[in-house]
Design a protein around this ligand. Structure first.
Ligand SMILES: Cc1ncc(COP(=O)(O)O)c(C=O)c1O
Length: 464
């Protein structure tokens, strides 16, 4: 779980004024019922599939992908969207995005396996990450995937492997740059210190490696699009240096992911839907410097982007049911729901939009919402979904909908105290399972109890 990582965000100081501003926004929409998802009644979904329930909207995801691809391909002639698998590697979600034309961006053999299982061609798999095993690299070489190298050790390992296989392997170099306050220099080679050009020279001098790509991924949830313009400009500088001094034609420039969703971070001044730049603003910031400089070149490099959050956060919901109400000592009300932080790890980052599915019977027009704490069902004090949020007067059995939960929740969720619920997708033709609810048998199937422990247990029982 993310825990303290949100400290790393470039957080503004929250003044009383902004707190009031936030609360006003939060209250504004909090009493509007969230009664359907993609046209399907929420109560019907709970009756059919139970609660809690993850719900994916096929239409929303398709629209997101199309819009993102349009924004970039309208501004740059050769674009590949490599979906960042770690964001949410449910096979149904990945399959949908591949159907739309997405490549796969993977950071482990496990994620690579999923892409292969879904039929993604090897040369449409971008293989990133600080640790790739020999077997993983061997498969990626054979499949002609785009391997972006993270360290000098990896250059040595890959060179040795390529030699053993008798191959000349095309590779990319991951570059980090000083663009933000957050330090990401642990990934790849630093530009400003000269490490990146040294790595490029090292690859260019190898008989078994061929330098073919440059990769940067500078972080996540980046709201300032000027940072992407700076990234593109610095990357162009390196591209030109390589072209002029090493006489190498780079085939792809991969600018990574990091594009925000409309969720609200805990330290945001204003709600995410107002703070999040349009995807066209990101595309413009990246493509405009690239096109200005590269259009003079006959064979422009392919532009790869690796979105995660911006593609899938908004197409997924978590439906949950109120199980009890609590009167807290600080005069707040507590609302206990059946979905915990084990299903929603990004609640440590996000202030989610949580609304009742139906207008509670006790609420008439103009009624005020209540300021409540929302807790999960786990017998752990950490299980707080949201502290100090607005909800109408709900009671046990009322259904709530938490929006924009598609990124980094399912893939980081775990069975903890309770098994994980089902995931369904709303399609044009109805509602289909993407994943069945977990059972005790499923969770325990990899466990083994050594025979002597079982025997002892039985004899103790018998002796009683
Ligand atoms: C290399 C790489 N590319 C892309 C992404 C996707 O980032 P985001 O979900 O912020 O778009 C990540 C996530 O951290 C990443 O590590």
């Amino acid at each position: 779980m993310h825990g303290k990582q949100n400290e790393k965000y470039e957080k503004p100081t929250l003044t009383k004024h902004y707190r009031g501003f936030m609360n006003k926004f939060a209250r504004a929409g909090s009493s509007i019922p969230h009664d359907t998802i993609s046209g399907v009644p929420v109560r019907g979904l709970v009756e059919q599939f139970g609660s809690p329930l993850w719900v994916v909207s096929e239409a929303d995801l398709r629209e997101k992908y199309k819009d993102l691809y349009r924004a970039f391909s309208a501004r740059y002639p050769k674009v590949a969207v490599a979906y960042s698998y770690k964001t949410n590697y449910l096979s149904g979600i990945c399959a949908l995005l591949h159907q739309e034309g997405a490549w796969a961006e993977v950071v482990s053999g496990f994620e690579y396996d999923i892409a292969v299982k879904l039929g993604v061609p090897g040369d449409q798999i971008v293989f990133n990450g600080p640790y790739k095993t020999r077997a993983e690299l061997e498969r990626a070489i054979k499949q002609k995937s785009k391997i972006n190298i993270d360290s000098f050790q990896e250059i040595d390992d890959l060179e040795r492997l390529a030699k053993e296989l008798g191959e000349v392997v095309k590779v990319g170099i991951r570059v980090n740059m000083q663009l933000r306050k957050v330090d990401w220099s642990r990934f790849g080679f630093n530009l400003e210190s000269g490490q990146a050009i040294d790595a490029c020279k090292r690859v260019a001098s190898s008989d078994n490696l061929r330098l073919s790509g440059l990769h940067v991924h500078m972080g996540t949830f980046i709201l300032n699009t000027k940072t992407y313009r700076a990234l593109a400009e610095k990357l162009l500088g390196l591209y030109m240096a390589i072209k002029d001094t090493l006489k190498v034609e780079i085939e792809y420039l991969d600018v990574g992911g990091g594009y925000a969703s409309t969720n609200t971070l805990h330290y945001h001044w204003i709600p995410g839907e107002y703070a999040c730049p349009a995807i066209d603003e990101y595309a413009e910031a990246i493509c405009s410097p690239l096109v200005t400089e590269l259009r003079k070149i006959a064979d422009m490099p392919l532009l790869i982007i690796e979105p995660g959050r911006a593609l899938v956060d908004e197409g997924m919901y978590l439906i949950t049911t109120v199980v009890s109400l609590k009167a807290l000592l600080n005069n707040y009300k507590g609302v206990v729901i059946d979905a915990g932080v084990n299903l929603l790890p990004t609640c440590f980052w996000y202030r989610f939009n949580i609304r009742a599915a139906e207008r509670p019977a006790s609420l008439s027009d103009g009624d005020m919402t209540n300021f409540v704490n929302i807790y999960g069902p786990l017998c752990m004090n950490i299980d707080c979904i949201q502290l100090g949020t607005h909800l109408p007067s709900v009671t046990a059995g009322d259904i709530l909908v938490i929006s924009n939960v598609g990124a980094y929740n399912f893939s980081q969720s775990m069975q903890f105290i309770r098994p994980r619920p089902a995931v369904v997708m709303i399609t044009e033709d109805g509602v289909e399972y993407l994943r069945l609810p977990e059972t005790t048998e499923y969770i325990c199937q990899l466990e083994r109890v050594p025979g002597h422990l079982l025997k002892k247990f039985n004899s103790v029982q018998k002796g009683r």
